[in-house]
Design a protein around this ligand. Structure first.
Ligand code: HEC
Length: 298
């Protein structure tokens, strides 16, 4: 019985891989055809380089966020990225979540108080007014609207970072995307961010980038973007002895933004695992029941 089960599982995996390979082959053939028709201009695919893997603590079935890393990542966001990028879906109080950065209540209060927000209701005279933020408030954006944001950034709007790690996924290509169908790989967004922030370099000989843009082979939509390299070594002070390098800052802020986009990842994974165990036991019970019933019928 067990052998047969194994056999059918192997057959299913093989069929799925074959389907995957087939689909990939078709997609590749279509792309090549497209490139051949459109000449060289169409043969360029962005990003020019694929993001590298980072060994995140939150990867895998038992992945967990590293609280120290999330706290450092928030510091990088606050001291560097928040000058241009909003994080408008994150409320200050969630920074105290035990599965997130885990700041204490007092810390959350004082972090919030560093920001000013417009009160939801007007004062007695009917005027809107500014007040220091409280834990219940959402992190305010640096610009009042997209036009103001674009005007200050050479025409490009710095996107809100609340969901950025979910909205940027670079296709890894063969053979990885077949494995990714079976193994949970959800770190594309964080890998992309780390690659983007560490990936600025001089354009290769003979390549000119449009004025006001910066060459970055990891950028998903072109060879250069309008964000200048935002961080440099030693820019943000770490008090826990963690190296103050661009690479480390990028890891930390990417991990923090992964948490911002998916604050319940740890609970979801542990619930998923419990469900799998339950299903395994339940399948066993059903099998025994089935045997009993059919034995009795003989
Ligand atoms: C001086 C302003 C400025 C700062 C500081 C800044 N950014 Fe940006 N960022 C931009 C602009 C402008 C864009 C849009 C670029 C474009 O589309 O050409 C952008 C785009 C991005 C994108 C989207 C890239 C994509 O795939 O479309 C990410 C992610 C990002 N920034 C992350 C960060 C992080 C993380 C930090 C802090 C370490 C940061 N930025 C600091 C201005 C800034």
């Amino acid at each position: 019985m067990k052998g047969q089960f194994m056999k059918s599982t192997i057959i299913r995996l093989a069929v799925a891989s074959a389907l995957g390979l087939g689909a990939a082959g078709l997609a590749q053939a279509a792309e090549e055809e497209h490139a051949a028709e459109g000449g060289e201009a169409h043969a360029v695919h962005y990003p020019l380089k694929k993001p590298e893997y980072v060994d995140w603590t939150f990867a895998g079935v038992f992945g967990k966020y590293d609280q120290g890393q999330l706290q450092r990542g928030f510091k990088v966001y606050r001291e560097v990225c928040s000058a241009c990028h909003g994080l408008s879906r994150v409320a200050f109080r969630t920074l105290g979540s035990e599965h997130g950065p885990g700041f204490s209540e007092a810390q959350v209060k004082s972090l919030a108080a560093e920001y000013e927000v417009t009160n939801a209701d007007p004062d007695e005279a009917g005027d809107m007014f500014q007040r220091p933020a409280e834990p219940k408030d959402f992190i305010p954006s640096p610009y009042p609207n997209d036009l103001a944001a674009a005007a200050s950034n050479g025409g490009a709007v710095p996107p809100d970072l609340s969901l950025i790690t979910k909205s940027r996924a670079v296709e890894r290509g063969l053979p990885w995307f077949i494995f990714d169908m079976f193994l949970p790989y959800q770190e594309q967004g964080a890998d992309y961010l780390h690659a983007l922030l560490t990936g600025y370099e001089e354009p290769p000989e003979g390549v000119e980038v449009p004025e006001g843009t910066y060459y970055n082979p990891y950028f998903i939509a072109g060879m250069s973007l309008k964000m200048p390299p935002p961080i440099s070594d030693d820019q943000v002070e770490y008090t826990d002895g963690t190296p103050q390098t661009v690479d480390q800052y990028s890891r930390d802020v990417a991990a923090f933004l992964m948490w911002a986009a998916e604050p319940h990842l740890v609970e979801r994974k542990s619930m998923g695992f419990k469900v799998m165990i339950f299903l395994a036991i339940f399948a066993g019970l059903l099998y025994i029941t089935k045997r009993r019933i059919w034995e009795a019928a003989h």
